[in-house]
Write a protein that binds this ligand. Structure first.
Ligand SMILES: Cc1cc2nc3c(=O)[nH]c(=O)nc-3n(C[C@H](O)[C@H](O)[C@H](O)COP(=O)(O)OP(=O)(O)OC[C@H]3O[C@@H](n4cnc5c(N)ncnc54)[C@H](O)[C@@H]3O)c2cc1C
Length: 352
């Protein structure tokens, strides 16, 4: 009989691991709490274009991810950087133009949006293999198997792999037979990459910044946005700018944040800047399927790829995965792919 693996989470880690394990001949089920796949990859369609409210860039040194994009026949394009950049030093000062030094490491984007990567992977699963709106609340070992419980169903498998960010995992899932204390301690102090970020994007009819000789890139010590970039898609039907807001604006309303962004766009780009077609944003610190409120301050990438994540738990039946557990590029998309390879190999060696 085929060995069965339940994967928790349909972000990049869960989808990629499911893709590898299905190819290898395992019976798989991916349980996703949200009503969409993707997790921290969130491409939002708006006004005949799409904007990234989660992961956007990949780089040549992301070798596994680059190879996967090739295998899935995805088209990559360079982040637009041609033209002068802008810098706002203080609220009272005018915004200065400057030339950025030539970038040694080009950032790439995926044509059709980062979600195209997820859609290609998800196309390999049947409706029975990938379930949305299936929030796991309990994981429990049985004699020869392991049980995963959601509000409406119970799933029995030979192995369970969680791709929930480790810190959220130990805060949100009940383990009737307690998990290893050291694992819980490290997971509790494992930083979830970009968990405090606020990303916004504005869509325009024209790339007016280019006609002013600007790249769309800008930096600010004032805010609300601290960084901004050209975010026009591959088709160039519409044009866009995308950036990051000060994390402390999470407590404001969306309307208040938009008003502040509009005022700064006017200061950076003149009247054209505030005449956008749409404003989109995502406050990741308020995404309960990504992060949880804790009192502990963690430095970025703290405990990412910790050796404790490389062991299996509950008598070898439970594996902690997800980008943050990867010893290589933990927290990034590349980490999700690297760790997926590791686990698939481990399970194949064990069972096939
Ligand atoms: C704003 C932002 C910008 C980023 N920019 C980049 C970038 O430019 N380049 C880059 O390489 N990386 C970037 N990243 C990081 C990148 O998004 C992550 O590395 C990657 O998406 C992690 O994938 P994952 O599957 O490991 O985790 P996640 O995407 O977090 O997936 C975990 C999944 O588990 C699900 N889940 C949670 N709880 C449960 C439950 N109880 N039951 C079932 N399912 C559950 C979630 O809904 C989610 O779908 C960015 C992230 C953010 C937020």
């Amino acid at each position: 009989m085929n060995k069965s693996i339940v994967i928790i989470g349909a972000g990049l880690s869960g989808l990629y691991l499911g893709y590898l394990l299905k190819k290898a001949g395992f019976t798989i089920k991916i349980l996703e709490a949200n009503d969409r796949i993707g997790g921290r990859i969130f491409t939002k369609k708006t006004h005949d274009t799409s904007v990234e409210l989660g992961a956007t860039w990949l780089w040549r040194y992301n070798k596994d991810l680059m190879e996967l994009c090739q295998e899935l026949k995805l088209t990559l394009f360079e982040q637009a950087m041609a033209g002068e950049a802008l810098f706002e030093a203080t609220a009272a000062a005018t915004v200065q133009r400057f030339k950025l030094p030539e970038n040694q490491e080009i950032s790439y984007r995926i044509a059709g949006g980062t979600a195209a990567l997820l859609e290609q992977l998800a196309a390999h699963f049947s409706e029975d293999e990938l379930l949305l709106n299936a929030a796991v609340n309990t994981i429990q070992e049985q004699d020869n198997a392991i049980e995963v419980i959601t509000e409406h169903s119970t799933f029995i498998a030979d192995r369970v792999v969680s791709t929930i960010p480790p810190q959220l995992l130990v805060h949100s899932i009940h383990f009737p037979i307690a998990l290893d204390k050291d694992l819980v301690e490290v997971a509790n102090h494992c930083h979830t990459w970009m968990k405090d970020s606020i990303k916004f994007a504005v869509v325009y009819n024209t790339p007016f910044w280019k006609t002013k000789g600007l790249s769309g890139t800008g930096f600010s010590h004032v805010g609300p946005f601290t960084e901004i970039y050209d975010h026009s898609d591959f088709t160039h039907k519409r044009f866009a700018l995308m950036g990051f807001l000060n994390g402390n604006l999470a407590t404001e309303t969306k309307a208040q944040r938009e008003l502040l962004v509009k005022t700064q766009l006017l200061k950076f780009f003149g009247d054209d800047g505030e005449n956008y077609l749409s404003y989109e944003e995502k406050v990741w610190s308020q995404a309960p399927l990504t992060t949880t409120v804790t009192d502990t301050y963690l430095t970025p990438h703290a405990n990412n790829g910790h050796p404790i994540f490389q062991k299996a738990y509950l008598n070898g039946k439970f594996i902690v995965a997800g980008s943050e557990t990867s010893p290589s590029y933990g927290g990034y998309m590349e980490g999700a792919i690297y760790r997926g390879h590791q686990i698939a190999l481990q399970l194949e060696q064990q069972f096939l």
